[in-house]
Structure formats: structure tokens, C-alpha cells
Design a protein around this ligand. Structure first.
Ligand SMILES: Cc1cc2nc3c(=O)[nH]c(=O)nc-3n(C[C@H](O)[C@H](O)[C@H](O)COP(=O)(O)O)c2cc1C
Length: 362
């Protein structure tokens, strides 16, 4: 019998060849002004030929100020669109793996130096920009103080997401994930830790969900049914006073009613927090949200072994598994999982000779 991990899966209008997903991973390595370039060709190229069911492109900013760092990928003007279309087209020439993109806005966590050096806010006169957020509260003492968004800013952001989605679809992307996790702009509206507004966008859960739901609706409206649209959300902020599991479940239920095709459950990032991680540390959140919303659910977080991934699917805690560090550590994870679970995995044509001359894959 075919293991569940390798069964095809229908997600919205998409047919995924299996249930293994390369998680979105910021690379902070774009060409100037948010343009995709040679690093993406290498990075996407290696995962597009990996045999996954879906490869997700990193958090991609819907406006220049929506980038986390000046090196972050963007999709906000004709130049960034042309660069993404060209680079993705070249990376996909040899692999027909479905491709998703995570569209996001960094909000109050923007205008930072990349994470591999000393983390600091970059001032506007040093190549950074003024950051925005639900309220004028900084994320921590190294990040910039955001300007609390006006209602005009809110309308503009909704338009930015919708425009970026159209651009992504024109680039041939098959799936859009709206980034509502990790304390970035939409996540910070959801979290009482960051959102202290007293207007229609703050306070009650209904109000805190308003912007993320309006953004989702706008993206859904421009995405044809042949593609898929979903959301990455936080099941917890890991800090007292943050978003609760019950609130995350209600958000997912509301998304389901708006035509959401999937939920991708993560956590953290709205406030400095310490919490323990281990294999599947976010799974209980994913299972609860799946149950409450009945939406196809992606689980992520230290899923490393193929047998663990298979057990997650068999137990009904999630429908798809995402790996980030697992794929960094082993870009041939899918081959090795196939071997471990006794599946005859199709390999890209130029590498097939390896099997024929008797090379073990693992
Ligand atoms: C290098 C790197 C970059 C990441 N960038 C993103 C990102 O762009 N968007 C996002 O939602 N999560 C991002 N994450 C988080 C992963 O998608 C994933 O949720 C997290 O690493 C837990 O999964 P793992 O244990 O399989 O690594 C990143 C993780 C890594 C390691």
C-alpha cells in the first residue's frame, strides 16, 4: 500500500504529487530592490528537482517597506515581477513541481540587518525605511518604533496584497500563502501583544481579525479556482496575553467561510519568548485548528524523520507536512523518505542513470 506521505493530494484546484512541502525560507539574498536573482535560481532549482509535492517561495514582500531586510525578495513593481518570472521560469525548466509563494509584509519587524550578523534596525538615512504596525510599539529594543497605521495605510496594504497576488499568478505561481504568522504585519494585527488599537482594527478578536480577513478576501478574489490560496497563522505567540488557540481556531473557521483552501500552522514571533521545541512541537495546534475549521492543514516544526511524517498524516493531525531545516540538511530528503517507506520514487531524468548503474540513493 502506498504510504500516505506519497499519495497525491488535491489542494484547492491543484493536484500535488505527494504531501511533502518545502517550507518557505527567507534567503535575504535578493538582487538590489527585492529582485529575484542567481541565488534563487540555485536555491529554488535544488528544491524543484527534489521530488516534493510543493515548493513554497520565501516570504515575499508586497511593498518595498514590507521587506524584513534590504535583501528580502519583493513582488511590488514591474521590475520585481519580471525578475521573479524570469528566474522562476529558468528554475522550473527541468522540473514540474508545483510552486507556492508566501506573500507578506514585515510590518514593525522590517528595515533590519540580515540575521547572520548583529541584528539591528537600519535607519532610513542608512538604506532602511520607516516601519509601520498596528500600534506604535516596537517588537524589541533593537527594532524600530513603528508608525501606527492610518485607515489610508490599511486600504493601501490590502491593495498591495491583491496586486502582488496578481503578479505572482502572472509569474506562473500555483498557490498563494498569505503570511499571518511570526509577528509580521498581519500577525501583529491578530495579536493583542502588538495591537493596541481602539478603532475597528483593534481590541476584540473580531476587530483584530478584520485586516487579515480583508487581505485574504482581496487575494482570494483575484485568484482563480485552478490555483490555491491559504494562510500561515500562529497557533500561539508563546507569551501570556498573546493569541490563544481558541482565537486561532476561530480565525481559521472564518477563513474557511471565505474560501480558504488550506491552513499552515506555525507559532511565535509577536514578542520575544522562550519555549521548548522538539519533533512536531506545533502539531497539537495544527490538529486543533484542522478539527475546528475542517480545512486541509499543513503541519510544520522539527518534522525530521519520514516515519514521523507518515505517522502525522495517518493520525489525522494534518494533511501535509512542511520541512524547512530538514530540507536544508538533506535536499534529497524525499528520495530518502521514499527509500525508508518502500516507495519507488520518480527521479528527474538526468539523475536516473544513477539508479540504473546500481547507485543506492541513500
Ligand atoms: C532559513 C529559514 C528561513 C525561514 N524563512 C521563513 C519564511 O520566509 N516564512 C515563514 O513563514 N517561515 C520561515 N521560516 C520558518 C520555516 O518555514 C518553518 O516554519 C520553521 O523552520 C520550522 O520548521 P523546521 O523545523 O522544519 O525548520 C524559515 C526557517 C528557516 C530555517
Amino acid at each position: 500500500m502506498m504510504p500516505k506521505l506519497f499519495e497525491p493530494y488535491r489542494l484547492g484546484g491543484l493536484e500535488l504529487p505527494n504531501r511533502i512541502v518545502v517550507a518557505p525560507m527567507c534567503q535575504y539574498s535578493s538582487e538590489p530592490n527585492g529582485r529575484a536573482g542567481d541565488w534563487h535560481l540555485i536555491h529554488w532549482g535544488q528544491y524543484l528537482i527534489a521530488g516534493a509535492g510543493l515548493m513554497m517561495i520565501e516570504a515575499t514582500a508586497v511593498s518595498p517597506e514590507g521587506r524584513i531586510t534590504p535583501g528580502c525578495l519583493g513582488l511590488y513593481d514591474d521590475e520585481t515581477e519580471a525578475a521573479l518570472r524570469d528566474t522562476l521560469g529558468r528554475a522550473r525548466r527541468f522540473a514540474d513541481c508545483p510552486v507556492g509563494i508566501q506573500l507578506g509584509h514585515a510590518g514593525r519587524k522590517g528595515s533590519m540587518t540580515p540575521p547572520w550578523g548583529v541584528r539591528a534596525a537600519i535607519a532610513p538615512d542608512q538604506g532602511g525605511w520607516g516601519v509601520i504596525g498596528p500600534s506604535d510599539l516596537p517588537f524589541n529594543d533593537t527594532s524600530a518604533v513603528p508608525r501606527a497605521m492610518s485607515s489610508d495605510d490599511i486600504e493601501q496594504i490590502i491593495g498591495r496584497f491583491s496586486e502582488a497576488a496578481k503578479r505572482a499568478l502572472r509569474c506562473g505561481v500555483d498557490l498563494i500563502e498569505v503570511h499571518c504568522a511570526h509577528g509580521y504585519l498581519l500577525s501583529s494585527f491578530l495579536s493583542p501583544l502588538a495591537n493596541r488599537r481602539s478603532d475597528a482594527y483593534g481590541g476584540s478578536l473580531e476587530n483584530r481579525m478584520r485586516l487579515p480577513l480583508r487581505v485574504f478576501e482581496a487575494v482570494r478574489a483575484v485568484t482563480p479556482t485552478g490555483a490555491a490560496v491559504g494562510v500561515r497563522l500562529n497557533g500561539s505567540d508563546w507569551v501570556d496575553g498573546g493569541i490563544t488557540q481558541a482565537e486561532a481556531e476561530e480565525f481559521a473557521r472564518r477563513l474557511a467561510r471565505l474560501g480558504c483552501d488550506f491552513i499552515d500552522v506555525s507559532s511565535g514571533g509577536n514578542a520575544p519568548a522562550s519555549y521548548s521545541t522538539g519533533p512536531g512541537y506545533q502539531l497539537a495546534m495544527a490538529a486543533g485548528i484542522r478539527n475546528a475549521s475542517t480545512l486541509p492543514t499543513m503541519a510544520v516544526g522539527m518534522i525530521k524523520s519520514p516515519t514521523h511524517a507518515e505517522a502525522i498524516l495517518l493520525s489525522g493531525q494534518a494533511d501535509l507536512v512542511l520541512l524547512a531545516r530538514g530540507f536544508l540538511n538533506d535536499p534529497r530528503w524525499v528520495w530518502h523518505a521514499a527509500e525508508a517507506l518502500g516507495v519507488d520514487q520518480e527521479v528527474v531524468a538526468p539523475y536516473r542513470l544513477g539508479g540504473r548503474i546500481g547507485l543506492r540513493m541513500a
